[in-house]
Design a protein around this ligand. Structure first.
Ligand code: ADP
Length: 726
């Protein structure tokens, strides 16, 4: 190879080497640049991280300081809490879910003073063990193991009931333990010694107060008995004195003695009843009784007063309502006496009407009775009517007292009605009248017995003659309800005009202006009317004395239970619809009525015999219970009046003996108790001995006569024949 070629070849090799060097230098530069960029990025990252680290450090420092502060606060709160817990005098302790004590205050631990084991960490079971072994709690006669078991059972319940324990030193501690959701228990031990002592003192005070109240009631009852006995003499003798020849002034004195005595007795009875109800000593005694009869008897009692004032007393007893119920007749009578007595007292003219309606609750065998007593009296002002049932609330103030009364009657009535589970109300318009009402639910005495209102077949058309519009409408409704045609007349003259051959019966009131009932009967007969005349009279005695008595076919004493009206209709059935009664037909006068009175006190026997002097009866006295029983056998009385307290066999025992004799021989003689007793429960005991009626002393002449007259059996001469009833 030539040199030139060799040179050319070397130059090419050098050029190639130079190009390679340039390329490598360029690559190196690029790598350097990349490295520079990376180094820059890294250093930026380091700066950022440092900043973050600083922030975290700052935050950490802040949290630490917050935590310290919070810890300090918690410590303060805990200190304060414990301080407070330590200050309270009641015990306070915590237990964990395993029943180990976490902490307890001094008061709690103080009970276990000297027992080193009782401290945080001890279990509840160990505490109970300590309590019984060291006698910390006075468990009385209880067995320690049983007591511990009982306490542990209680502790383990979800919500333990509070428990009262007595410590060895007589202190009473109430344990209130509350379990939290995690099973921890907070235990509170309250020292209730003062409360318990206070309760004991209260109980003692109450016992003493009750004793005093019982003593007061018994004092009242005894006093009332003591006052009633001499009052019997005062009132009874004054009544007898009135029947003797007296000049006007003497009569005034005798009347005043009697009225004042009676007023005093009313007050004594009211006060006694009220104190009994207040002391919750009054118990109701239910027994079968006849509501209608009960009302009629009350009306009879009130009749004298009402008649004196010229007030009409009316009864409207729902025709379809049964009459026999089970209830406390004595107390019902007392309520009605109060309401009826007030109605008569506060009415100067017009009427007083007792209305009884009822709804039968057949399923329960009971009826809800509504009894209203309506009067046309002075009424009660609107502003007074709201509190009229309160004690001693009277409308007329002390300064203008026109009416007597204690102001207790309505309060007693209200309490009695409430005791019977009923309600009482009043509606009144001043100057127009008042309506007092009460509603009670009473079981039916004979739930299966239907009402028997059979009227004679011949009774198709009745003429009712009655001046009082209310009474007329009561009778009209009664007969209309029975499907009988009724013609109402307000005077004898109108009746004479209306009556014709189609009339089966004339029912007339007795006392009427211009032509009275008996004159009407006479006029009807004179006019040739065949319809019999039934006379309704408030005074049978005067009817019997009336020369025209013979024109009347039957007489009913007003007020009459409906049963008596139906009985009279039945008796007249033969002469209805054209039959003419023969007034001249002689009637069998029958034997005289036999009345037995057992009374040990001579004065009372005298009072009794003078009171019934006017009656046509055969009166026999027994001076004790044994004699009463003996006379009952030999004398066979139609009615017995029985004094309750007699030496030897008393009235209750004698009654039981009579009832026992009757059980063998049959029959039932009415026995009327006479007593001055007013002790708790006496009345009920007396009635439960088999006595039918109850008269308290001093006896009222009218009540005695009413009982005798009511007991007159059929076929026996009427005791009032030829006498005046008043
Ligand atoms: P009192 O013994 O005074 O009659 P009550 O408690 O029976 O006591 O009655 C309280 C008062 O209610 C009576 O004093 C009277 O003012 C009034 N009062 C009661 N019933 C009637 C009535 N039917 N008409 C008007 N006022 C009456």
């Amino acid at each position: 190879m030539s040199l030139a070629n060799k040179l050319a070849e070397e130059r090419r090799a050098r050029l190639a080497a130079e190009r390679l060097l340039e390329q490598k230098q360029a690559e190196l530069q690029a790598a350097n640049r990349k490295l520079g960029r990376h180094a820059r990025a890294l250093s930026e990252e380091i700066v950022e991280t440092r900043a973050e680290v600083q922030t975290v450090r700052d935050e950490n420092a802040r949290v630490k300081s917050d935590l310290n502060m919070a810890n300090e606060k918690v410590a303060i709160a805990e200190r304060r809490l414990w301080h407070s817990i330590e200050t309270i005098q009641d015990g306070f302790a915590f237990f964990d879910a395993d029943s180990r004590m976490i902490a307890a205050n001094h008061a709690w631990l103080g009970v276990f003073e000297g027992l080193e084991d009782v401290k945080p960490g001890i279990s509840y079971v160990e505490i109970l063990q300590c309590v019984t072994e060291e006698g910390v709690v006075d468990i009385g006669d209880a067995d320690p193991a049983a007591w511990r078991e009982k306490m542990l059972d209680r502790w383990q319940t979800v919500a333990p009931e509070p428990e009262i324990v007595r410590l060895w030193n007589g202190a009473y501690i109430k344990l209130i333990d509350q379990r939290g959701p995690t099973g921890d228990v907070v235990s509170l031990a309250l020292n209730i010694t003062d409360t318990i002592r206070y309760e004991e003192r209260l109980k003692e005070a109450r016992r003493k107060a009750e004793m005093a109240s019982r003593a007061k009631s018994s004092f009242l009852a005894n006093m009332s008995h003591e006052i009633r006995t001499p009052m019997n003499g005062v009132v009874g003798m004054a009544e007898l004195l009135k029947d003797t020849e007296l000049d006007e002034e003497q009569l005034l004195y005798a009347n005043t003695i009697k009225n004042s005595g009676e007023a005093l007795l009313v007050i004594i009875n009211d006060v006694l009843d009220y104190s009994k109800i207040e002391a919750e000593k009054l118990v109701l005694h239910a027994e079968p009784f006849d509501m209608e009869r009960c009302i009629q008897e009350l009306i009879m009692l009130m009749q004298v007063n009402a008649r004196d004032k010229g007030i009409e007393l009316l009864v409207d007893y729902d025709l379809f309502l049964p009459t026999r119920f089970v209830g406390d007749p004595g107390r019902l009578r007392q309520i009605m006496t109060n309401l009826l007595g007030n109605a008569v007292k506060f009415t100067e003219e017009g009427h007083v009407m007792v209305r009884v309606v009822g709804v039968e609750c057949a399923a329960q065998g009971a009826a809800r009775l509504h009894v209203t007593i309506e009067d046309s009296g002075i009424g009660i002002p609107d502003d007074k009517v709201g509190h009229i049932f309160g004690e001693f609330n009277q409308v007329d103030g002390e300064s203008n007292r026109r009416f007597e009364g204690t102001g207790l009657g309505l309060a007693i009535s209200e309490k009695l009605v409430r005791l019977m589970g009923g309600e009482i109300w009043v509606e009144s318009v001043e100057g127009q009248g008042s309506t007092f009402g009460f509603a009670v639910e009473l079981p039916l005495a004979d739930p299966d017995a239907g009402q028997d209102f059979s009227v004679p077949d011949g009774l198709r058309k009745v003429v009712i003659v009655e001046t009082n519009a209310l009474n007329r409408s009561i009778l009209e409704r009664l007969f209309a309800a029975l499907g009988i045609e009724v013609i109402c007349c307000d005077s004898g003259a109108a009746a004479l005009e209306t009556t014709d051959g189609s009339v089966s019966l004339v029912i007339t009131d007795h006392v009427m202006p211009r032509m009275d009932g008996i004159e009407l009967a006479e006029a009807l007969k004179a006019a040739g009317h065949a319809a019999p005349v039934l006379l309704l009279s408030g005074n049978i005695g005067s009817v019997e004395q009336d020369p025209g008595r013979g024109f009347v076919d039957a007489v009913l004493q007003k007020p009459f239970p409906r049963a008596e009206l139906f009985a009279a209709l039945t008796r007249l059935s033969g002469s209805l619809a054209g039959g003419v009664a023969d007034p001249d037909l002689p009637q069998d006068p029958g034997r005289v009525m036999r009345v037995l009175a057992a009374e040990d006190n001579r004065t009372n026997r005298l009072v009794f015999s003078r009171m019934v002097k006017a009656l046509d009866i055969d009166l026999k006295f027994a001076v004790n219970g044994e004699e009463a029983v003996a006379f009952y056998r030999s004398f066979r009385p139609d009615i017995v009046f029985m004094d309750i307290s007699m030496p030897g066999m008393d009235g209750k025992d004698a009654t039981r003996a009579l009832r026992a004799l009757e059980a063998e021989s049959g029959g039932h003689v009415p026995i009327v108790a006479m007593t001055a007793h007013a002790m708790d429960g006496d009345e009920d005991e007396i009635l439960s001995a088999g006595i039918d009626h109850y008269l308290s002393k001093p006896l009222s002449k009218q009540a005695l006569i009413d009982h005798v007259v009511a007991a007159c059996p059929e076929g026996v001469r009427a005791p009032e024949e030829g006498q005046s009833a008043a």
